[in-house]
Design a protein around this ligand. Structure first.
Ligand SMILES: [Zn+2]
Length: 78
């Protein structure tokens, strides 16, 4: 019976710099190779994705008024 050999660390290409990064619990910055790459990527993501594109023309869509909210026939005009 062979002893369970430790699995070789899986490596992936760092999304930041392309260097081989260890994809495992031993690498807290996975799938990045280092904290720096992760920080850079997160920064870029935050800068580009935080801006939600607003659809022009639909931002001020006429909301359906509730019946009798205003201008109803039975307005207390006194
Ligand atoms: Zn990297």
């Amino acid at each position: 019976m062979t002893a369970p050999a430790p699995r070789p660390a899986r490596r992936v290409a760092c999304p930041g710099c392309g260097a081989p990064a260890v994809y495992g619990p031993e690498n807290p910055w996975r799938p990045f190779c280092s904290e720096r790459c992760r920080a850079i990527d997160l920064g870029a993501w935050a800068a580009e994705s935080y801006r939600i594109p607003l659809r022009e023309g639909e931002s001020e869509a006429p909301a359906e008024k509730a019946p009798g909210a205003a201008g109803g026939p039975d307005t207390p005009d006194g």
